[in-house]
Design a binder for this molecule. Sequence first.
Ligand code: PXP
Length: 242
Amino acid sequence: MPKLGVNIDHIATLRQARKEKEPDPVEAAVICELAGADGITVHLREDRRHIQDRDVQLLRQTIKSKLNLEMSIANEIVDIALQVKPDDVCLVPEKRLELTTEGGIDVVSQKEVFESVITKLKNAGIRVSLFVDPDEAQVSAAKVVGADAVELHTGRYAQVFNYRPRDNRLVIEEIERLKKAAKIARSFGLTLNAGHGLDYKNVGPVASILEMNELNIGFSIIARAVLVGLDRAVREMKELVR
Ligand code: PXP
């Protein structure tokens, strides 16, 4: 049964809309854990558009499940990770103008850079995952550079599922792509995670992929929480993942 990591970035997005103190992602994390979240995920972006340094520090001290820090490989952010020591780090690409992480990272063309960052993080006792497209070359490169895990980017699958619902062939194609990448990851002994764009309707087929360790889900849970409450939104997603 896959674990559910709840990404609480958008609690901070709402707070930063007014630069106020509420809603507080630290309080949200407690509710998520009480509702059954197996982990809390935050993305400390270089532009600090949602999660702030203070959030990461406090979450490290208060989270009782596990803290997964999504981040770029910028030196400043790597230094923060080495100091905070989250349980897991997930390295993601970051572009200033994007609304959300748009694609997986290109490990293949930057093997040395990743190798060096991953070594530093692993030496600090942090497990390292790479957010990659479901692509054989990228998954293989993740193994070569020493990652412990891959998080398969499910964004394209989610787009096809949500916006081309009658085109079943495309949905099946995307699921097959994810399954193939998952098989390669498993054959290398990499821990298998997935995320991006997953919601209450499309999560099932991804949760069913063999040996799926963890799904990281943010936007859909927080969007639902605005209407039904965070506790219920997390419980409903946990049930679907199960
Ligand atoms: N996994 C990674 C690596 C991400 O960058 C994000 C978005 O922050 C997510 C999962 C969660 O995506 P969503 O908010 O669409 O559920």
